[in-house]
Design a protein around this ligand. Structure first.
Ligand SMILES: *Cc1c(COP(=O)(O)O)cnc(C)c1O
Length: 322
């Protein structure tokens, strides 16, 4: 068995340097209404205001910045229909290298257009007949491209950790921090920053109730695989944690919580009505969980990472009508 080289907080710091001048230092917003309701002081790290609308830009840009000149020439390949695709496409454009994104034929036209808009080549595949990983590997081999996965990669994880680093830098130590959980890139990076900058802080990952593989894995000690969960939180429809993300989550996170789709809609409505923010369903996981553990938050300083704001506006309106 080969031992994996897990990223450390030093890698998060190095990522922060690479991102300087490229990533937005996103705002930390607060709400008196919420503070009164929870009897706590809540700080939202607003990655919905990150470039391309989600934290994914951080990890993508960090990973691509580390390419050798030869890798840059061959360019990057990624398979995703969501925020990772856009993060990779934008980062490649900024760094002047070619990007190829493998997307399902039935991906939303808007997302395909956004990815092409950043200058990436989009390769379509039939998600019922073809294996996207095989397509990605094939492209990588034939054309000398480097494959960057959405979460299970040390450079991606280190980049994602820079959001929490900025949060602690801005507001100081926290008692509790909540971050959305899909494959664990964001949570593992957040964990590295938390243990370095606020070691006493209780850190929770939050995933959709319909797909609690992270919770099961955390409690059983082995990575649990599930079928693609049915949830409105499309950024967290992952089937399993990664071989790099899991050991860090298991070591440095206090627990994994879940939120139902109805709770996500309620949190999205709060963001829209009270804080004038459009937050995508996955981005609302942290607040949705905070409302369930209210008792633990009394008198505490609480951080919540809003991971993204990319949601089709007509779908957003439909959800708000529920
Ligand atoms: C990708 C994504 C997540 C989940 O991140 P992981 O690193 O896969 O855990 C959460 N929220 C948004 C908006 C995302 O795009």
């Amino acid at each position: 068995m080969t031992t994996l080289q897990l990223p450390t907080y030093a890698d998060v710091e190095a990522a922060a340097k690479r991102l300087e001048g490229y990533a937005n230092r996103t705002p930390v917003n607060t709400s008196r209404t919420l503070d009164e309701r929870l009897g706590a002081k809540v700080f939202f790290k607003c990655e919905n205001f990150q470039r391309m609308g989600a934290f994914k830009f951080r990890g993508a840009f960090n990973a691509l910045s580390k390419f050798t000149p030869e890798q840059r020439k061959g360019g990057v390949v990624a398979f995703s229909s969501g925020n990772h695709a856009q993060g990779i496409a934008l980062s490649a454009k900024l760094l002047g290298m070619p990007a190829t994104i493998v997307m399902p034929q039935d991906a939303p036209a808007l997302k395909v257009a956004a990815t092409k808009g950043y200058g990436a080549t989009v390769v379509m595949y039939d998600r019922y007949k073809e294996d996207r990983e095989a397509i990605g590997r094939d492209l990588a081999e034939k054309h000398g491209m480097t494959l960057i996965p959405p979460y299970d990669h040390p450079d991606v994880m280190a980049g994602q950790g820079t959001a929490a680093r900025e949060l602690f830098d801005e507001v100081g130590p926290l008692d509790v921090l909540l971050a959305p959980l899909g494959g664990g890139g964001l949570l593992s990076g957040t964990a590295l920053a938390t243990r370095a900058l606020a070691p006493q802080c209780r850190l929770y990952g939050v995933e959709p109730e319909a797909g609690n593989d992270g919770q099961q894995s955390f409690h059983s000690g082995a990575i649990v695989h599930i079928d693609t969960p049915k949830t409105i939180a499309d950024g967290a429809q992952t089937q399993h944690l990664g071989q790099y993300t899991f050991p860090i989550i298991r070591r440095d996170v206090n627990d994994i919580l879940t939120a139902s789709d109805a709770q996500l809609v309620e949190a999205m409505r709060f963001f829209a009505e009270r804080m004038k923010m459009i937050v995508e369903p996955t981005g609302a996981l942290g607040l949705a969980a905070a409302q369930q553990i209210q008792d633990q938050l009394k008198g505490k300083r609480v951080g919540i990472i809003i991971s993204g704001g990319n949601v089709d506006i007509s779908w957003f309106c439909e959800l708000m009508g529920r």
